[in-house]
Design a protein around this ligand. Structure first.
Ligand code: NAG
Ligand code: NAG
Ligand code: NAG
Ligand code: NAG
Ligand code: NAG
Ligand code: NAG
Ligand code: NAG
Ligand code: NAG
Ligand code: NAG
Length: 268
């Protein structure tokens, strides 16, 4: 693990992780209750860390963002989703409020459905363009659906809505792509970037050796038991039951992906 991280620390995207949910840590990977609690998808059952079931999600937002669950407002509970068409709804927003995945409404069939995703430029309606149920990220501008780009967001509020992708620069009042370096230390966690159809995560850490402290790109060895899970969106975890020894490790080391990504960035 450490062997192949170290040679890459000279590159900008040292530990950039390709977001592929298959590579995310499983609840059963967690060795202690503390790490288990940091991952909102997991719950500690007195002896083991296990995956939450729909009924264990308390917040509507967490519930509706799970593909296999939907939020049932009538009794404020999170239930198993069997089929988008079984949701009761008369509009896109009603579909979306129950399930992000089923967040589209077919007014002919009068039912919710999940969109088959396409490149942004192929969408002709605002609801398709702004559908976010399967990680799609597009912007609706001048009645056209465009690839997401922070520079198109012209207010601080809009920019902050996408604060994992973008940073609002106060000096010149513009929205730019997020980097660790342009995040204040109070928001120094990670940033996401898009390239074609892939999303990358770059974890950040606060470098206290600089005065004042600065937010910088982190390699896994810069992350603590606390930031290891949080700043990698649960792609990494602390590999020891004891928090005062051990290190931060990817749950599924995508060795090939890291190396090919690093090379891609070098030749660009
Ligand atoms: C906790 O989960 C493990 C693994 O699924 C299971 O074997 C065990 O019986 C569970 N314990 C309790 C108290 O539910
Ligand atoms: C809410 O309603 C659903 C569907 O009727 C039911 O299955 C579930 O048990 C209810 N949950 C609570 C907490 O009442
Ligand atoms: C979901 O419901 C629709 C319409 O009722 C049906 O055509 C489709 O086969 C169902 N899908 C699954 C996976 O059950
Ligand atoms: C939809 O409405 C029907 C009829 O009122 C009801 O029986 C059913 O439980 C509702 N389903 C959901 C998912 O809200
Ligand atoms: C909406 O439903 C109708 C009737 O079931 C179907 O013919 C049409 O393809 C659906 N449209 C979309 C966008 O899924
Ligand atoms: C965003 O738009 C700017 C200005 O048009 C362009 O220079 C930049 O390459 C775009 N960024 C991405 C990630 O497409
Ligand atoms: C605004 O400032 C940021 C950070 O200094 C810089 O990257 C960006 O290019 C500037 N934008 C404009 C339009 O001057
Ligand atoms: C993105 O896609 C274009 C066109 O397919 C390709 O030329 C380019 O190398 C890709 N970039 C990355 C970083 O994968
Ligand atoms: C992105 O994904 C879409 C749909 O799967 C595909 O049509 C398109 O060619 C892909 N673009 C690139 C650059 O890989």
């Amino acid at each position: 693990m450490i062997q192949f991280i170290i040679p890459l620390t000279f590159l900008i995207y040292t530990t950039a992780i390709v977001v592929n949910q298959k590579n995310q840590c499983l609840c059963t990977d967690y060795k202690n209750q503390y790490e288990c609690a940091l991952n909102q998808q997991c719950i500690w059952n007195t002896t083991n860390c296990i995956k939450k079931s729909c009924g264990d999600f308390y917040y509507p937002l967490q519930c509706k963002n799970k593909k296999e669950c939907f939020y049932y407002a009538q009794n404020s509970s999170c239930l198993d989703l069997t089929n988008c068409s079984s949701l009761n709804s008369t509009s896109t927003s009603q579909c979306e409020s129950q399930s992000s995945y089923c967040g589209m409404y077919n007014s002919t069939a009068k039912e919710c459905y999940s969109l088959t995703t396409n490149p942004c430029s192929q969408y002709t309606t605002q609801s398709e363009c702004l559908y976010s149920g399967q990680g799609q990220l597009c912007l609706w501008e001048n009645t056209q659906c465009q690839d997401f780009n922070c520079t198109l967001l012209d207010s601080q509020t809009q920019c902050q809505t996408y604060n994992l992708y973008c940073t609002w620069i106060l000096n010149n009042q513009t929205c730019v792509s997020a980097t660790c370096d342009n995040k204040p230390t109070s928001e120094c966690t990670l940033f996401l970037s898009r390239n074609n159809n892939s999303t990358y995560i770059q974890p950040c850490y606060v470098d206290y050796s600089e005065k004042p402290a600065k937010c910088r790109d982190a390699s896994l060895s810069d992350l603590s038991p606390f930031t290891c899970s949080l700043n990698t969106l649960n792609f990494a975890t602390w590999n020891n039951v004891e928090l005062d020894s051990g290190s931060c490790e990817l749950c599924y080391a995508p060795l090939i992906q890291i190396i090919s990504l690093a090379i891609l960035i070098m030749i660009q």
